[in-house]
Design a protein around this ligand. Structure first.
Ligand SMILES: [Zn+2]
Length: 281
C-alpha cells in the first residue's frame, strides 16, 4: 500500500506527454520507444546517496522521470515490453503506439519486466477489458507468485484476469520466444526481469527498472530507490545487467531513461557513463 501512496504522490508531478520517438533498426529488429509519461520526481526517493553526491549529480534538485514501453518488431513476431500506466491513469502509450501505425491487435506478445503499475497498468482499459486482444502475456513465475500469492494484490489480479487463458510464466534463463531470453534482474522486485533480445546481428537489453534515475544511478550504481523491494540486491542486479551491456556493447532500453530511452553505455570509474543515444529516423 505504501508503495502506491508514494507512487501516486510522485505521479502528481508528472505531465502527460505524447511525444513520439522515431523507430530504430538494430539488425533484423525494429524498436519503437513509446513514451507514456514524463515529469520530475523528488530526490527523497533516493536511498544511499550522500548530500554531496545529490548536489553533484542532480544539480537542479529534481530527478528526471519518465515512463516508457518498447515495441519491438522481430522477424516472426511483434512484441511489446511493458505497457505503461494505462490510459485510465493518464498514460499516453496507446497514442504513441498509434503514431507508430501499430494496432493493439497487431501485438503477438506482451512481456512484463515486473508488476508495478507503471509497467502493467496498460494491459486493461477503464472497464477492465484486455487492451491487446490477441497477445500472449509473459511474466516471470517468481514475479507472478509474489504479487498474486504472497501479496494477494487485487490490481494485478484484475489486470491479469482477461489474459488468464494466454498467460505464460517463465524462469530466469529461459527463452520464451525465439530471440528473447529472460535474465535475472531481481532486487527491484523479486521477479524483476531484463530481456536480452537478439535478431540477426542486432541485440538489445530491455532493462526494466535497472535505471530509475539514470543521472545518478549510472555514475553511482550503488544508489537504490525507495521502490526497490530489496535495496541491497537491486544495485547488484544493476551492476550485472550494466556490465553485460558495457562489455558486449549492447544497447540498453530503459523504461525510465529520458526519451528515446535507448542508450549505449560504458564502464567509467566505479560506475558507468552514457556513450551514445540511439536516435531513430
Ligand atoms: Zn517502474
Amino acid at each position: 500500500m505504501k508503495f502506491f501512496v508514494l507512487f501516486f504522490a510522485v505521479l502528481l508531478l508528472f505531465t502527460a506527454a505524447a511525444a513520439h520517438a522515431a523507430s530504430v533498426e538494430l539488425g533484423s529488429m525494429q524498436v519503437f520507444p513509446l513514451l507514456d509519461m514524463q515529469g520530475e520526481s523528488p530526490v527523497s526517493l533516493l536511498v544511499g546517496a550522500t548530500e554531496d553526491q545529490i548536489v553533484r549529480f542532480v544539480p537542479g534538485g529534481e530527478l528526471q522521470s519518465q515512463v516508457l514501453a518498447f515495441l519491438v518488431k522481430l522477424p516472426d513476431s511483434t512484441v511489446l515490453f511493458d505497457t505503461g500506466l494505462g490510459a485510465a491513469r493518464g498514460g499516453k502509450m496507446m497514442e504513441a503506439l498509434k503514431e507508430a501505425n501499430v494496432s493493439p491487435s497487431d501485438i503477438d506478445a506482451v512481456f512484463l519486466t515486473h508488476l508495478h503499475m507503471d509497467h502493467y497498468g496498460g494491459l486493461t482499459d477503464a472497464g477492465g477489458k484486455a487492451v491487446f486482444p490477441k497477445a500472449a502475456l509473459y511474466v516471470a513465475r517468481v514475479e507472478r507468485d509474489w504479487w498474486l500469492g504472497e501479496k494477494k494484490d487485487e490490481n494485478v489480479r484484475k489486470a491479469f484476469a482477461p489474459y488468464e487463458s494466454r498467460l505464460h510464466v517463465f524462469e530466469f534463463g529461459e527463452t520464451p520466444l525465439p530471440g528473447i531470453t529472460a535474465m535475472d534482474a531481481s532486487g527491484h522486485t523479486p521477479g524483476h526481469t531484463a530481456f536480452h533480445v537478439k535478431a540477426g546481428d542486432g541485440e538489445l537489453l530491455v532493462a526494466g527498472d535497472i535505471l530509475h534515475f539514470a543521472e545518478i544511478q549510472l555514475p553511482l550504481p550503488q544508489v537504490a530507490v525507495k521502490y526497490d523491494t530489496d535495496q541491497e540486491k537491486a544495485p547488484q542486479a544493476r551492476k550485472t545487467i550494466l556490465d553485460m551491456a558495457a562489455e558486449r556493447k549492447i544497447p540498453v532500453a530503459g523504461m525510465h531513461c529520458p526519451v528515446p530511452g535507448l542508450w549505449r553505455i560504458a564502464a567509467s570509474g566505479s560506475g558507468y557513463e552514457k556513450t551514445g543515444v540511439i536516435q531513430g529516423n
